[in-house]
Design a protein around this ligand. Structure first.
Ligand code: ASP
Length: 329
């Protein structure tokens, strides 16, 4: 029996088939909405440190064929970078002078793991992966995460601030001004999303969080759906910037869900930033946040609250930094 719904589908199809002009116009509409070319494999990573991370991820994917290993190994480069004050143990400490780290990893199948408020671990992203693969849980925090790392024979590092982090902390102590503000001089989580040639997706996100944060403060980066979300049926997104504003709108999950509803990665990121701005009016003058996303076809996009956010793009024919569009141009 022809239902009313099928009938409409049929009439629409026959009508468009008879009118090539209409078909062409709708194709134009689709391509102008998607905003970027399609490329697989592809990696996107937040900020300038994303270039080295993407390079590593690209090589690991080529050699291992494992997209999840590629996104883990990629961000490990930043975690180990002695010049980073925002990712890994060389990052800036909290207001007690202690570096605490947050990280998460997710596969397009839905498996995920994360650690937060963890100390002394050089590679929290690897610990997050171990949570994903070796425990029945998604998230381990603080001392429990550290104990789990010990049980996995991971080395605990000395708690010694990098000299530049120590100097910045001493400077901060003079005023002890508590300003949880992220602007373009004070940011830099690395979030990475990647897709392999068969369309398998994965993402990773790792940070030392807000500088001089309250002891125990956890940002968006280890929270699945806030700092990172990946779904093989749709795409992947990750975030950087003021974690509180991102958590409040389940930012990365929202980007992926908007892509599920048909938005391009660019459109989805833009709409999510718009939502973030509208829900954070009170703090908006001092707030920066940005999202990057890739869909399952290898189209990508980004959007930020304000200018200054950029991301590293790597695919077969590109290896470069891209400036993100922003809400407040
Ligand atoms: N999103 C991170 C946090 O709030 C910080 C950042 O991206 O710089 O912990």
């Amino acid at each position: 029996m022809t239902t009313r719904r099928n009938f409409f589908k049929f009439t629409l199809l026959s009508a468009t088939a008879l009118m090539p002009g209409i078909l062409k116009r709708s194709a134009d509409l689709i391509s102008s909405r998607t905003g970027s070319d399609k490329h697989v494999p592809l990696f996107l990573s937040t900020w300038n440190h994303g270039m080295a991370a993407n390079e590593k991820a690209w090589a690991v994917l080529r050699d291992s064929g494992q997209i999840v290993t590629a996104v883990e190994e990629g961000v490990k480069v930043t975690e180990a970078d002695p010049s980073s004050r925002t990712v890994g143990l060389n990052g800036l400490p909290d207001r007690e002078g202690i570096v605490t780290l947050d990280a998460s990893i997710m596969k397009g199948s839905g498996e995920c793991g994360s650690v937060c408020f963890v100390r002394q671990i050089k590679h929290p992203i690897t610990l997050a992966r171990k949570v994903m693969e070796k425990t029945p849980h998604v998230m381990l925090a603080g001392e429990g995460a550290r104990q789990f790392a010990i049980s996995e024979n991971m080395t605990l590092e000395e708690e010694e601030l990098h000299p530049e982090a120590e100097a910045a902390y001493q400077e901060w102590l003079r005023e002890k001004e508590y300003k949880p503000i992220i602007n373009i001089e004070n940011h830099d989580t690395i979030g990475m999303v990647g897709i392999d040639a068969s369309g398998n997706l994965a993402g990773s996100c790792t940070t030392s969080g807000l500088s001089f944060k309250m002891h125990g403060r956890v940002g968006d980066s280890p929270i699945i759906g806030a700092g990172l979300y990946v779904d093989d049926e749709v795409g992947a997104a990750t975030a950087t910037g003021m974690g509180e504003s991102i958590i409040k709108i389940c930012g990365s999950f929202l980007v992926v869900e908007l892509m599920r509803q048909g938005r391009s990665p660019d459109e989805a990121c833009r709409e999510v930033v718009h939502r973030l701005v509208s829900k954070n009016r009170k703090d908006i003058d001092n707030l920066q946040a940005g999202f990057i996303a890739v869909n399952k076809d290898g189209e990508y996009g980004a959007h930020a609250v304000r200018p200054g956010f950029n991301f590293a793009l790597r695919h077969e024919t590109a290896n470069k930094m891209v400036d993100s569009p922003s809400h407040f141009e």
